[in-house]
Design a protein around this ligand. Structure first.
Ligand SMILES: [Zn+2]
Length: 188
């Protein structure tokens, strides 16, 4: 599927093997084994996997889209939420990855990797995510609890007089000290 003289939609401007500039997008069905943390091996059937094909040399190439579709098939075979499904839970509540991490207690780096398809959630996290997906009210509740705990900790800090000074950035503190010293010099 090429459009005029422009390269095929995708990552390759030209065939990495022969330099042919018109690669064709093709869809294939694949069956491959996925080793689940080295323990069990699952046979994954992936349908409509996009690849870019060079009709001149006959080679086909894997793109980011190929990897995305394969990863999604692995998730489905293992009964895990897909990256898009995980992202949808968070976006439904208009939360950033950092906010979603804070209110759920899940790791921000893990959330980012799950959403990019770099990491599969383990069974426990998958079950947790699934219940957050099925019960939007649960996310709202976690959010309320998080906000309450934030309010409590900030009012605790507020009651300690010196807390505000301790949180001054180091540079700011130094500036105050320098000003105090030079004032002393003038006074003397
Ligand atoms: Zn080629």
């Amino acid at each position: 599927m090429t459009f005029g003289g422009t390269p095929a939609a995708g990552e390759f401007g030209a065939c990495p093997n022969c330099g042919n500039e018109s690669l064709r997008l093709a869809y294939t069905d694949e069956v491959f084994d996925h080793a689940d943390d080295g323990a069990a091996t699952v046979t994954v059937r992936a349908t409509n996997v996009p690849v870019e094909v060079c009709d001149r040399c006959g080679k086909s190439f894997v793109t980011k889209e190929t990897l995305r579709v394969r990863h999604e098939s692995v998730c489905r075979s293992l009964g895990l939420l897909t990256p898009a499904e995980i992202k949808a839970i968070r976006e439904r509540h208009r939360l950033s990855q950092a906010e979603f991490a804070e209110i759920t207690g899940l790791g921000e780096a893990s959330i980012s990797r799950w959403e990019r398809g770099r990491l599969l959630p383990n069974r426990g996290n998958n079950a947790y995510l699934r219940s957050l997906r099925q019960n939007p009210e649960l996310v709202a509740q976690l959010r309320r609890e998080f906000c309450e705990s934030q309010r409590e900790s900030s009012s605790r800090l507020g009651s300690q007089g010196s807390a505000r000074f301790r949180s001054l950035p180091a540079a700011e503190v130094r500036r105050h000290q320098v000003r105090a010293r030079s004032f002393n010099l003038i006074a003397v």
